[in-house]
Design a protein around this ligand. Structure first.
Ligand code: CA
Length: 229
């Protein structure tokens, strides 16, 4: 079985090498670029299955690379996971609108990167999941990264957003804490189930009227219910 080829585009050598080492160990074939121009050249030559793209690059930046890829039909099909820093919210939204499949916020765990890479490859690349999901009064737009409850915007942290997204993607199904940890944090180890509870509590507090859509399933975990409202 031949594993996928992944192009890592990052000018910071330490981060690039760490990613390359870690994804190589996961069995992927890794190609590296340290600039946007080099990335476009390599995408053209090597046709990677996925691109991990840092937004902050000297010269041609990450968003320009996304735009350039969109102009070329064969490049546009290759899924992109963006690397962004905290505070690059706007760039992240633009990137998702430009067709990025997912994003990872720095600092990240290598485990999270591997998990997201596999998730994107599994769903066959292309854009982010169905962009708008509804659950009672809650509307989540994954592409625009917004959450509305009864038409008013609710501001969530990245973790809270992913948690809500995970529950809504599995609407009507019970998610145990381990599944939630793996999906949202990229790891699950004992003693961390309280982390899930804490975040669900914060999420509910922010959701106001929408809070009742997130049900506690005693002894197991949580479920987003779609049939109340
Ligand atoms: Ca960079």
């Amino acid at each position: 079985m031949s594993e996928a080829t992944i192009l890592i585009v990052e000018d910071e050598k330490d981060i690039r090498e760490l990613l390359a080492y870690s994804l190589g160990k996961e069995g992927f074939t890794v190609v590296e670029a340290d600039s946007g121009a080099a990335a476009i050249r390599l995408i053209d030559m090597k046709r990677p299955d996925l691109v991990i793209l840092d937004l902050m690059l000297p010269g041609m930046d990450g968003l320009s690379v996304c735009k350039r890829m969109q102009r070329d039909a064969s490049m546009a099909e290759i899924p992109v996971i963006m690397l962004t820093a905290k505070g690059e919210e706007v760039d992240r939204i633009v990137g998702l609108e430009l067709g990025a499949a997912d994003y990872i916020v720095k600092p990240f765990s290598l485990r999270e990167v591997a998990l997201r890479v596999r998730a994107v490859l599994r769903r066959g690349g292309a854009r982010a999941q169905p962009s708008v999901m509804r659950c009672g009064p809650i509307t989540v737009d994954s592409l625009r990264h917004t959450v509305m409850v009864d038409g008013s915007e609710v501001v969530l942290t990245v973790t809270e957003f992913r948690l809500l997204e995970d529950l809504l993607q599995n609407q009507g199904k019970v998610r145990d804490r381990e599944q939630i940890l793996t999906a949202v944090w990229g790891h699950s180890f004992e003693g961390y189930s309280r982390t899930v509870d804490t975040h669900v509590r914060r999420l509910r507090a922010k959701l106001g009227k929408g809070a009742e859509m997130i049900e506690t399933v005693r002894g197991i975990g949580y479920r987003a219910s779609g049939n109340k409202s």
